[in-house]
Design a protein around this ligand. Structure first.
Ligand code: DGJ
Length: 348
C-alpha cells in the first residue's frame, strides 16, 4: 500500500482525520518492509509513540556508520512514511561524538513539560561505556537535543575493582533498554544492568529526563530478574497487570523469549516462560524482542515487535511483528503467523 508516497505525513494527516479511517494492509513477519517512498525501513531495535492518533516509530538507522535515530509515521501501522532523522550522533557533545554509537532508542511524551523525551543505549567499541543517552525535542520528529549520558543508579553492589565496565565508580551498566509510561503518568526505564546479569527498573523524574531522586531501592527503583541474564526488555500493561518480555543474552544470535508478570512496575516479577508458539518458537522466530505496542482503539490488542538481526549486514535486519494473544488465565502467547492484519484482534 502506498497511500502517502513521497509526502510528509505531517502535511497530509490533518486531512485524514481519525486513525480508524486509514485502511490497513497486512504484516508479513520477517519479509522485507519498505517505507512509502520505497526504501527499506530502518528502525531496528525500535519502539513506538502514539501521539494525536499517529504512530511514530523510532529505531536504529543502520545505514549510517554510527547509527542515527530514525522517525517514521503511520496511521495504520502498515504504511510508514519516513519523517526525519530524529537524532544524529553528530550532535553528541565533543567528548562523545567521535567514539559513540546508539542502540535501541525509545521516545515518550511528557504532558507536564510538553517535551518529547528520547532515551537510548549510548555505547562505544567493546560495549563497556554502557550509558543511557537522553535527548529532548519539541515535536515528535525532533530534532532532539542531547541532554546527558548517565548510569541511572550509581549504587555499588560489590562490583570488582578491576571491572572492565567500571561499575564501582559509575554504577550498574546501562545496555538494552525500554521506556514505559503507566496509567498514572509515571514513567519507568527498564534496562539490562550489572554486566547484563540483572535487569533494573527505575522510575523517572517529573521531566522524564533522569531517575527519580533520591533513588531508593524498593521505592523508586528495583533489581529484577536477578542474575537471570536477560536483555531486550519489552514492558506492557493489560487489565492492571504488568508484563515484561525479554530475550536471553547471546549477542545478535536469537534465543528463547521469556514473559514475566507483576502487579507493580517495580515487581516482584515472576517469570512465566517462553510465550512464543509454533515453528521457530525456541528462537523467538529467529528474532529478539524490542517493543510491545498497544493498538489504539483495540482493547487487549497488542503487537509484539522483534528484530531478526542480520549480524553480517545489520542494515538488512528484518522485523517480526506478531499479535499477542491473552489466554483466559491472563497468560500470554505469541503464535507464529506468515501473514496477518489487524482483523486478527477481532477474532478473539
Ligand atoms: C544484543 C542486544 O540486544 C543488541 O541490542 C545489541 O546490543 C547486540 N547484543 C550486540 O551484540
Amino acid at each position: 500500500m502506498r497511500l502517502f508516497a513521497n509526502r510528509s505525513l505531517g502535511f497530509v494527516l490533518p486531512l485524514l482525520g481519525a486513525l480508524a479511517a486509514a485502511p490497513a494492509g497486512t504484516f508479513r513477519p520477517g519479509q522485507p518492509w519498505l517505507d512509502t517512498a520505497g526504501a527499506p525501513i530502518q528502525a531496528h531495535g525500535g519502539g513506538i509513540l502514539v501521539q494525536s492518533n499517529i504512530y511514530y516509530w523510532y529505531g536504529e538507522d543502520r545505514t549510517t556508520r554510527r547509527t542515527s535515530v530514525s522517525c517514521y509515521a503511520s496511521t495504520n501501522l502498515c504504511d510508514w512514511t519516513r519523517e526525519a532523522v530524529a537524532f544524529d550522533p553528530a550532535h553528541l557533545p565533543g567528548d562523545l561524538r567521535d567514539r559513540s554509537f546508539i542502540e535501541r532508542p525509545k521516545v515518550i511524551f511528557n504532558p507536564r513539560t510538553q517535551k518529547y523525551v528520547m532515551w537510548f543505549h549510548l555505547e562505544q567499541r567493546g560495549y563497556h561505556f554502557a550509558r543511557a543517552g537522553v535527548a529532548v525535542g519539541d515535536g515528535p520528529a525532533g530534532p532532539f537535543t542531547f541532554l546527558h549520558a548517565l548510569r541511572p543508579i550509581p549504587a555499588d553492589f560489590g562490583f570488582k575493582e578491576d571491572d572492565v565496565d567500571q561499575q564501582k565508580q559509575f554504577g550498574g551498566t546501562f545496555r538494552d533498554m525500554n521506556l514505559f509510561v503507566d496509567e498514572d503518568g509515571r514513567a519507568y526505564v527498564f534496562y539490562a544492568s550489572e554486566g547484563n546479569w540483572t535487569m533494573y527498573v527505575v522510575r523517572l523524574n517529573a521531566e522524564f529526563t533522569g531517575p527519580e531522586t533520591p533513588a531508593v531501592r524498593g521505592q523508586t527503583w528495583e533489581r529484577i530478574l536477578v542474575r537471570r541474564m536477560r536483555e531486550a526488555p519489552a514492558p506492557f500493561k493489560y487489565q492492571g497487570r504488568y508484563y515484561l518480555i525479554t530475550s536471553g543474552c547471546t549477542g545478535w544470535t536469537p534465543n528463547a523469549a521469556d514473559c514475566a508478570v507483576a502487579d507493580r512496575p517495580l515487581g516482584p516479577w515472576e517469570s512465566r516462560g517462553n510465550p512464543c508458539v509454533g515453528p521457530g518458537a525456541e528462537t523467538t522466530f529467529g528474532a529478539q524482542s524490542t517493543f510491545v505496542l498497544p493498538v489504539v482503539g483495540v482493547p487487549g490488542g497488542f503487537i509484539f515487535m522483534a528484530d531478526r538481526w542480520n549480524p553480517q549486514q545489520l542494515r538488512e535486519s528484518r522485523y517480526v511483528w506478531l499479535p499477542v494473544v491473552f489466554k483466559p488465565d491472563g497468560s500470554v502467547t505469541i503464535p507464529w503467523r506468515e501473514e496477518w492484519d489487524l482483523s486478527a484482534f477481532d477474532k478473539r
